[in-house]
Design a protein around this ligand. Structure first.
Ligand SMILES: NC(=O)c1ccc[n+]([C@@H]2O[C@H](COP(=O)([O-])OP(=O)(O)OC[C@H]3O[C@@H](n4cnc5c(N)ncnc54)[C@H](O)[C@@H]3O)[C@@H](O)[C@H]2O)c1
Length: 339
């Protein structure tokens, strides 16, 4: 995989793509990104065929997938053609799945445009659509090229930036104390000066973990799910009205409180303070009945094991471990954060 990160690197997109000698080039994006950035991207890429999808989570569907396959086929794409997926995590997920399955796999370039996609979704190879449930159908397929231009972030709304920042903070807790303390020093304004550094380092944490367990078979990759067991449950209960990163932030707080009891983690307050300082939520109001629902969703999650709940817990900032936690302990922490 070739990775290019920087401000203005979009200008080198055509040159980067030509390294792969594709038979033809196809661009898939969503309507918001097309409206804001397609002129610039088409200028950088040259004359390519473009398919504009709707936007939001709905585009991760079988219908959209079929639409992409049909479009590729109709315009004569081959296995040596290259698909550029331009957009947030949704476009990258559905575009990546389409590229990985079209004629058993064509060339793929990810050009992420949200902070979440730049710091997380663009690398690691996971893709998929929502059918029967979120991300139920999908696969692993590494993009051949990833071009990350942080200038795309200038048109993002604050909530979207915050959602991406939550994943960067997560990467800090999982494996990079330096990113964590940089955000601690600068707060939300860290994104004004240091977005390139944060994206680069965040990707490094993810790649380090993924390279040891590329297909999520050894349980190592699971540490990237810090905050996600609770986060997914909250997303589902709120019918996806809560931003993914916001749910992960609350999930991280729960993990920190459990870690305090289970392994003597001493920096829970530090994590909570940082999340609050940048403007991420650390609490969520739920009825006690809904807390029971969160527990059962967590148990149904693939991380449930022998009556306990398998969770990723911080040991110190920059290091986490996987532990099976008794249900009572989880319930106690959930009550502190969710009511
Ligand atoms: N494959 C992975 O490893 C992985 C990792 C994390 C998340 N995901 C997936 O990513 C998805 C969420 O990604 P997301 O948060 O990027 O959401 P998204 O793709 O829906 O983008 C959020 C919104 O921002 C708009 N947008 C995109 N770029 C913009 C820009 N530069 N300026 C202004 N608006 C812009 C989009 O049109 C959309 O409306 C979820 O489906 C999640 O499952 C995948």
């Amino acid at each position: 995989m070739r990775l290019v990160v920087g401000r203005g690197v979009l200008d080198s997109l055509r040159e980067e793509v030509s390294r792969f000698n594709p038979h033809s080039v196809f661009l898939v994006t969503d309507d918001v990104v097309a409206e804001l950035h397609s002129d610039r991207v088409l200028e950088a890429l040259g004359d390519v065929r473009c398919l504009v999808l709707g936007s939001g989570e709905e585009i991760k569907s079988l219908d959209v997938l079929k639409r992409i396959w049909r479009w590729l086929f109709r315009f004569g794409a081959s296995r040596k053609s290259l698909l550029v997926a331009l957009g947030g995590g949704t476009v990258l997920d559905v575009g990546g799945f389409a590229a990985s399955t079209y004629m058993r796999g064509m060339l793929l370039a990810n050009v992420p445009t949200t902070l979440l996609a730049q710091a997380d979704a663009a690398v690691g190879g996971k893709n998929g659509v929502n059918y029967l449930g979120k991300n139920i159908i999908g696969g692993f397929y590494d993009p051949h090229l990833v071009v990350i231009d942080v200038s795309f972030l200038e048109t993002l709304k604050r909530d979207s930036l915050l959602s991406g920042l939550a994943e960067i903070i997560k990467h800090g807790v999982v494996g990079d104390e330096e990113i964590f303390s940089l955000i601690e020093r600068k707060g939300f304004s860290v994104l004004e000066e240091d977005s390139e550094f944060l994206v680069r380092r965040s990707i490094e944490v993810k790649m380090r973990v993924v390279s040891r367990d590329p297909r999520e078979e050894k349980g190592i990759r699971m540490i990237l799910n810090l905050g996600h067991t609770v986060g997914h449950a909250l997303e589902l209960l709120s019918r996806y009205s809560i931003q993914h990163g916001f749910a992960v932030a609350i999930g991280m707080v729960v993990s920190c409180l459990i870690a305090e009891e289970v392994n003597g983690f001493q920096e829970a307050d530090r994590v909570i303070r940082l999340l609050e300082n940048v403007g991420l939520p650390t609490r969520f109001e739920l009825s006690s009945k809904s807390i029971g629902r969160v527990i059962s969703l967590m148990k149904r999650d693939k991380k449930a094991w022998r009556g306990g709940i398998v969770m990723v817990l911080p040991v110190r900032i920059g290091r986490v471990e996987i532990r099976c936690v008794k249900e009572d302990r989880v319930r106690k922490a959930l009550r502190m954060v969710l009511s």
